[in-house]
Ligand binder design. Structure first.
Ligand code: CA
Length: 225
């Protein structure tokens, strides 16, 4: 899951980025509307955290232009304490939820997860194939009902492959979805994660196979019985 935080308080950005990464998200940030716009145009985010008071305008205007362009990405508005009408909160402008500053990071994370769990949201419930089940909310993988622990990026990788079971997932897409802008990513990063993932799935008796499609990406299928 990849999020965009649009917020001009650097300390808040750093705090949120750290907390959200710990919670398993890839996170990008923009400090103003003009930086955020091209990112939203070019990168497929799963949700946006949007501050109201930005140096070059009100976050609500950005939200309005997203909705006018038929972009229905979940948006959570951050707003100052003394502004409490629906209009100010952005709910009548197409915001999905809001948080009043100051807020606890844990609260923000649970609100984002709730948005992603909505119908059509990026978090489904449990993805299954063969003897493998991935609970995308609890972030737990089980094989033959035994819990298998995976590092968060291997888990995210498996989730993307499972969501497109039987279809090739481009390597570039995996890089984009697993890493934020400016995060170190070597050319062999995804292949190395795939290698570890394959080994662990096979060790735990998974009936799935991850195929490499040279020059394109990866494909998850069930082994032939
Ligand atoms: Ca602000």
């Amino acid at each position: 899951m990849r999020l965009l935080i649009i917020e001009d308080e650097l300390r808040l950005i750093q705090e949120l980025t750290t907390a959200l990464k710990k919670a398993g998200f890839a996170v990008d940030s923009a400090e103003c509307v003009s930086d955020a716009q091209p990112m939203l145009d070019n990168i497929q985010y799963d949700a946006v955290v949007l501050d109201r008071g930005l140096p070059d305008g009100d976050g609500i205007n950005l939200l309005q232009s997203l909705r006018q362009a038929e972009n229905h990405i979940p948006v959570l508005i951050l707003t100052a304490k003394d502004e409490v009408t629906d209009r100010v909160l952005g709910l009548d402008q197409g915001a999905d939820d809001y948080l009043v500053k100051p807020f606890a990071n844990s609260e923000l994370i649970s609100r984002i997860k709730a948005l992603l769990r909505r119908p059509g949201g990026a978090l489904g419930t449990v993805l299954r194939t063969g003897n493998l089940a991935l609970d995308t909310t609890a972030r737990e993988l089980s094989i033959d009902s035994n819990l298998v622990r995976l590092p968060r990026r291997e888990l995210a990788l498996l989730e993307h492959l499972l969501r497109r079971l039987g279809h090739v997932v481009p390597r570039q897409l995996l890089e984009d979805r697993l890493y934020g802008l400016g995060e170190e990513i070597e050319s062999n990063t995804i292949p190395v994660h795939i290698h570890h993932l394959r080994r662990k799935l096979s060790q735990h008796g998974s009936s799935t196979i991850i195929h490499t499609v040279r020059g394109v990406g990866y494909l998850l299928t069930e082994a032939r019985s």
